[in-house]
Design a protein around this ligand. Structure first.
Ligand code: RTP
Ligand code: MG
Length: 148
């Protein structure tokens, strides 16, 4: 089953929307495979956002993501990578549609509430960066034919 890495960023934790965000993915029908509240060490932040190393906002990005606890998660389900990105909305909350997480809770591009893997390759890489294999739980969810 496809898996993705999602993370409530420090602003989302401070805004008390962890539960709301978890709830949206649960209601959609996705299955939680792992989750933890954690502080991101600077080295991990730099690895995670390595693709943006040369961008002018890299320093701010690392500073922000390490500024407070985040809620890191692995979710699984059919097309979860692309669907989660749609549920998150556009990177800049000013362009994110109402009904999306960034559209409903975010205001500025620097503080946009949630991160989500952007491709199957990113998902594998990011899950590996944030979670040990034994922290992910395989279990059968008693879904019926109405869910899948
Ligand atoms: P994320 O990686 O956090 O899920 O966001 P994303 O894929 O939608 O956007 P990405 O291009 O990967 O950018 C990573 C984060 O960098 C910040 N950003 N700031 N100041 C700027 O112009 C700018 N552009 C991007 C955003 O916080 C974005 O989430
Ligand atoms: Mg990204």
């Amino acid at each position: 089953m496809e898996k993705t890495f999602l993370m409530v960023k420090p602003d989302g934790v401070q805004r008390n929307v962890i539960g709301e965000i978890v709830s949206r993915f649960e209601r959609k029908g996705f299955q939680l495979a792992g989750a933890k509240l954690m502080s991101i060490p600077a080295e991990l932040a730099e690895q995670h956002y390595g693709e943006h190393k040369e961008r002018p906002f890299f320093g701010e990005l690392v500073e922000f993501i390490t500024s407070g606890p985040v809620f890191a998660m692995v979710w699984q389900g059919e097309n979860v990578i692309a669907t989660a990105r749609q549920m998150m909305g556009a990177t800049n909350p000013k362009d994110a549609a109402p009904g999306t997480i960034r559209g409903d809770f975010g205001l500025t591009v620097g503080k946009n509430i949630i991160h989500g893997s952007d491709s199957p390759e990113s998902a594998v890489r990011e899950i590996g960066l944030f979670f040990k294999e034994e922290e992910l739980v395989e279990y059968t969810k008693l879904m019926n034919e109405w869910a899948y």
